[in-house]
Design a binder for this molecule. Structure first.
Ligand SMILES: [Zn+2]
Length: 311
C-alpha cells in the first residue's frame, strides 16, 4: 500500500466514522421521540405494567413524584381513570386503565392532570395502543326460551340491562377496597370463556363479559374484596345475581347463584360469603359467572387478581 492510498483509506475511515456518528446522532432523537410519547412535568414519572393493551385487559398505572401530590385526575379515551394513593403515600398514585372488551383497536391518549401539594401543576401524557383481543368463538345450544324470548322477556331483559348500566355509571368517589383481590371460589385458580364470542342456536350473541369459574352447586361464593352490595336479585339471563361496588367505578358481578346470602346496602369484607354456586339463568350447568367492570369497561377479573397481587 503506498502512502497515497494509505492516506485515502485513513481519510475514508475518518469520513466513515464521522458519518457513523452523524447516523447515531440522527438515531438518538428518534429513540427519544419513541420514549417521549410519555411526558411528565413537575418531576413526576409514569410507569405502566405493560407498554400496550388489548381488548378486555387492564394496565396498572404507577405515577411517582419527587414532591407530595394533591388531587389528581386521569382520563383515557373519554373515560376517567380510577387513581388512588400508593404505598409511597402522597408521592405516589396508582391507577387502573381498563380497556372494554369491544373497544375499537387503535391509539388513545392517557392524560393525568393535577397539582403538587405546593400548587405546582402536574401533567402526564402517554399514547397507549389497544390491540385486538384473542377470543375464541363458541357454538352453544340452549333452551329455546332464552334464544327466542317472548316480548315480556325481552322487555324484562332490556330493563335489567339498563339497571346494570345505571349501576356501573355511578362512581363511588371513595375507595372501598384495600389490598389485593381474591378469586371468589376457594381452591379455584383460573377461569375460562372471558371474551368468547358466542353463537347461540346458530345466532351470534354478545361476547361473554366475565370469567366462568368451575364449582358444584352449593359451593360458597366469596366477595373478591371489600365493598357494598348494590344488586342482589334474580335476572333473566344471569339468574340469581349479586353486584358489589368496590368504589372508584370498580364493580364485581357474581351470576347464576343457587342462592343469594346478602342484601342491597350490606358492606362485605373480603372473603365474606355472598351466595352459593348454582345454575340459575342462561346456563348449561352449575358454575360461577364472575365479572369485573371498571369505569363501565368490561375487563377480565382474573387479570385484576394478578395485577394487584403485591398490594
Ligand atoms: Zn359466564
Amino acid at each position: 500500500m503506498n502512502f497515497h492510498l494509505r492516506a485515502a483509506v485513513r481519510k475514508f475511515t475518518v469520513r466513515f466514522s464521522v458519518a457513523c456518528i452523524a447516523a447515531i446522532a440522527a438515531l438518538i432523537p428518534m429513540v427519544a421521540t419513541a420514549k417521549e410519547s410519555r411526558v411528565c412535568t413537575a418531576r413526576t414519572t409514569l410507569r405502566l405494567s405493560a407498554p400496550e393493551s388489548s381488548q378486555g385487559s387492564l394496565l396498572l398505572i404507577d405515577l411517582k413524584s419527587a414532591k407530595p401530590l394533591a388531587e389528581m385526575q386521569g382520563e383515557w379515551g373519554g373515560r376517567s381513570v380510577p387513581l388512588w394513593s400508593g404505598n409511597a403515600g402522597e408521592n405516589q398514585r396508582k391507577g387502573l386503565l381498563a380497556v372494554d372488551l369491544e373497544k375499537a383497536p387503535g391509539e388513545y391518549e392517557l392524560k393525568i392532570t393535577g397539582q403538587t401539594a405546593g400548587g405546582e401543576k402536574v401533567l402526564c401524557k402517554a399514547m397507549i395502543a389497544v390491540r385486538k383481543g384473542q377470543f375464541a368463538t363458541e357454538k352453544l345450544q340452549v333452551r329455546k326460551q332464552f334464544v327466542e324470548p317472548s316480548p315480556e322477556q325481552i322487555k324484562r331483559a332490556d330493563e335489567e340491562r339498563q339497571k346494570l348500566r345505571d349501576i356501573f355509571d355511578r362512581v363511588t368517589p371513595e375507595r372501598l377496597w384495600d389490598g389485593k383481590f381474591r378469586i371468589p371460589l376457594d381452591g379455584v385458580t383460573t377461569g375460562s370463556n372471558f371474551g368468547k364470542r358466542r353463537i347461540l342456536n346458530g345466532n351470534p350473541g354478545s361476547p361473554h363479559g366475565g370469567a366462568d369459574l368451575p364449582g358444584a352447586t352449593g359451593t360458597p361464593v366469596h366477595a373478591a374484596q371489600r365493598g357494598r352490595v348494590v344488586l342482589a336479585e334474580e335476572l333473566f339471563f344471569a339468574g340469581n345475581t349479586v353486584v358489589v361496588d368496590h368504589g372508584l367505578g370498580i364493580y364485581t358481578f357474581y351470576g347464576h347463584l343457587f342462592e343469594i346470602d346478602v342484601k342491597v346496602g350490606d358492606t362485605l369484607e373480603t372473603g365474606a360469603v355472598l351466595g352459593k354456586v348454582g345454575a340459575t339463568g342462561r346456563v348449561t350447568g352449575p358454575h360461577l359467572h364472575w365479572g369485573l367492570t371498571v369505569e363501565r369497561a368490561r375487563v377480565n377479573p382474573l387479570q385484576l387478581v394478578k395485577l394487584l397481587e403485591n398490594e
